[in-house]
Design a protein around this ligand. Structure first.
Ligand SMILES: [Zn+2]
Length: 136
């Protein structure tokens, strides 16, 4: 089940540099930058979890229960899903933010990249402290 950033045009949150944040504009809705990699073979019935759609706040995790934006954690609980295999970008931001919501998390190290090597090392340590399994 893939998740994606799907920021609206005019995203006013503080994540983009033009608004004082750390990141260049990225994953703007309906642009090539928001598309999944063409090599990713998604089944036709795949459910795509979309995050980062609000104008006023950012959202790093598809399991963001504090903001209750995606409903993904509720979906997993309802379906009895107890384990997530996680990859994607970036290891030290969105992957790290995907926290345990009563669900076992397994991070596929080769399936993710950090923004910086130092950030990646720190993220791995934090995830180990939070019981996430790191697979390589
Ligand atoms: Zn984003």
């Amino acid at each position: 089940m893939p998740s994606r950033d799907w920021h609206p045009k005019g995203h006013v949150n503080v994540s983009f540099r033009e608004k004082g944040g750390d990141w260049p504009p990225h994953c703007i809705q309906d642009t090539d930058g928001a598309a999944f990699h063409p090599g990713l073979n998604l089944p036709a019935h795949a459910v795509i979890v979309t995050k980062g759609v609000r104008f006023d706040q950012d959202q790093n995790s598809a399991l963001d229960q504090a903001l209750d934006q995606t409903g993904f954690a509720e979906y997993l609980n309802r379906e009895g899903i107890k384990r997530l295999w996680i990859g994607g970008l970036a290891l030290d931001v969105c992957v790290l933010a995907t926290r345990d919501a009563g669900i076992e998390t397994l991070v596929i190290l080769e399936g993710t990249k950090p923004v910086t090597p130092q950030g990646g090392k720190a993220a791995i340590e934090k995830m180990k402290q939070n019981r996430a399994a790191i697979l390589s």
